[in-house]
Design a protein around this ligand. Structure first.
Ligand code: ZN
Length: 172
């Protein structure tokens, strides 16, 4: 198990659609355990593989003291919506009002390749939607109204600038 560095907004892996997992092997189990360790260390309520630079459809969560993971998820969303603030480990210290469905039924596989169904309401539903979005290259800022996004622009520009600096440091 190893804690990985979390990719920040501005990194292209975060806006790339991730590929489905096809082989449920030891490497996949290591990925799930690295994601879990990295999320707990952050700490965060969820983490998707692209956030540690792996473009595969895998994510983990830690909600109400329940750890979980899901591979190749598909979501069924309720029409009823919830309001609330949301954060993202790829946007440190930024939290914004983000509308989400109130209930989710998520289907996918566990790391052993067995089909599983996860039902979530409120915060778990929010986490499942946020993480599945990551697998499609969608970020929580994409779910906000144009007005809110306009207000955030200075914060986002600063973060994007910081990410570029980090990349330059890594290349040196
Ligand atoms: Zn996120």
């Amino acid at each position: 198990m190893a804690i990985q560095s979390i990719r920040l907004f501005g990194d292209p892996v975060l806006t790339t659609k991730a590929s489905p997992v096809e082989v449920f092997d030891k490497e996949l189990r290591t990925l799930v355990s690295d994601l879990t360790e990295t999320m707990k260390n952050a700490p965060g309520a969820g983490l998707a593989a692209p956030q540690i630079g792996v473009s595969l459809r895998v994510f983990v969560w830690d909600v109400d003291d329940q750890l979980g993971h899901l591979i190749n998820p598909t979501l069924d969303l309720s029409d009823e919506l919830q309001d609330g603030e949301e954060g993202c480990l790829s946007f440190p210290e930024l939290r914004y009002e983000t509308p989400r469905a109130m209930r989710v039924v998520a289907k996918g596989f566990n790391m052993h390749g067995e089909p599983i169904t996860v039902e979530g309401t409120e915060f778990l539903a929010r986490a499942l939607q946020h993480e599945t979005d990551h697998l499609n290259g969608i970020l929580f800022i994409d779910r906000m109204s144009r007005e809110i996004k306009e207000d955030l622009r200075p914060d986002l520009d600063a973060l994007r600038e910081e990410t570029k600096l980090d990349e330059r440091e890594v290349r040196c």
